[in-house]
Design a binder for this molecule. Sequence first.
Ligand SMILES: Cc1cc2nc3c(=O)[nH]c(=O)nc-3n(C[C@H](O)[C@H](O)[C@H](O)COP(=O)(O)OP(=O)(O)OC[C@H]3O[C@@H](n4cnc5c(N)ncnc54)[C@H](O)[C@@H]3O)c2cc1C
Length: 505
Amino acid sequence: MEAIDVLIVGAGPVGLTLAVELETAGVHAVVLDRLAVPDAVPKARGVGVLGSEALRRRGMGAALQRWDSALRREFRREMGSDRGQFAWIHKLDTTVLGGGDGRTGALIWQPDLELVLAEAALGLGCDVRRGQRVTQIRQDGGRVHVAVETDAGEVRYAASYVVGCDGGRSVVRKSAGFEFPGVDATTLTRVARVRPVDPEAFPARIRTARGTLQYREFRDGWVRVRVSEPDPDGIGARETAPVTVGEFQDSLERVTGVDVRLDEIAEARRMRVTSRQAATYRLGRILLAGDAAHVHSPAGGQGLNLGIMDAVNLGWKLAAVVAGDGDDELLNSYTRERHPVGARVIANTLAQAALLEPTPEVNALREIFSDLMDIPDVQAHLGRLLSGVDERYPLPYVGEHRSLGMHLPDFVVDDTTLYMLMSGGRPLLLYTPFAAEAAAAAADWDDRVHVVPVHLLGRLDLSAALIRPDGVLAWAAGVSDEPALDSLTDALSTWFGPSRSAVAR
Ligand SMILES: Cc1cc2nc3c(=O)[nH]c(=O)nc-3n(C[C@H](O)[C@H](O)[C@H](O)COP(=O)(O)OP(=O)(O)OC[C@H]3O[C@@H](n4cnc5c(N)ncnc54)[C@H](O)[C@@H]3O)c2cc1C
């Protein structure tokens, strides 16, 4: 049986991002996906600020930029503006969605993003195997055993670590026995592109106790529709047969009271929004990332960003553990850092779900909330909430800089930029001549940390900075302080293992 260090289940956006992170860090990954060809269903139409910054650090900036420019025009045409939404109230200025600092996400349809990621992963030597459906997983001692169904029969794999990036219905999560607590919504939503017989007679958008109908503009006779209705026992959601024209028409009629005739439907699916999160993201040698670890409503378009940032957090840690430079504690920091972020996204999507309840009381509350969203401070708060740019990982050592534990935006460093310097995936210690003692303190880690002297740091609040491969500021010296060297060595050993001299002792 072949020796596999890391087996990733699922070649969706999260599995592919993880593959890119592992390969960049020098660890070979095998990715399995049940689909013979990638899924063409559009799902997400954009990736948030932190996710797109992470992909820019790995050289995918130009591709994201191309798609973003093309889609932004389309988005404006379709929506009348490029404003973002909270609970489908479209009032958020796109600048606030980057935290107001000029940081932006990128508009890109999910299948196109998956192509960009697959190209990056394959270019780095990653092995993506399609038509392989994982059916069971079990770990004993030092290996994880995976049973896989293919057209040619059953295949078995064994790997040192397995990461389930296999989406909301994750077989890895279920088979490995992860707890997945949360709540199920009491409504069923059907989503599709539909072509009505008579677009003029199509019912108006509606929100009543019978359900809600939402849609955007018609184009060439087609419109993307979302119709939700009560389904308290989840009976509709358990249906597995494809959604038919008749089923869609009936649902539209129950919700709107209008007998709607449809010529055709495409990309139809049923969704029951559940809000659940794995109690831990790691059980021994099995880990979860993306929708496999957390599911919630798509309100506010946060799922993709959240999952990509799970992969970015996990990638370098798992690579260090496989290479023998990291320990169990480092791997446990993945759940410690990412679980609270997932919980906060679930909380804000539940708040949005509450604001979408079709009752007269909530309609009145929406009016007030909509007015509040005209206030710049409220806009800024919601922008930070949805983009996650204010998220701060708690660090297990002392440090005072205001950006510690946060993801850094790109900035100029001499004649290059921070993200260019980070493209190789190594942690960085940047230091100016005012903080040269930081370089001396870090010398014992320079086999793992890239120590870089610089003259110009495009951040006026830094004279030295230790930056993890996921873009998180792990230690910093301000311009007017003496560098705190004890805290620097604590940071280095926390994230990158003991110093060479400690190992030699
Ligand atoms: C209608 C809709 C609209 C959305 N809009 C947005 C949005 O605007 N912005 C946003 O950020 N998010 C949005 N989301 C959420 C976003 O699409 C998900 O968060 C994202 O797809 C999660 O990626 P993932 O890689 O974790 O899982 P997935 O994309 O589900 O990928 C999982 C992969 O695993 C494979 N797989 C599954 N089971 C197995 C198995 N047993 N063996 C092998 N392979 C397997 C699948 O084939 C798939 O390729 C939306 C979701 C939906 C449904």
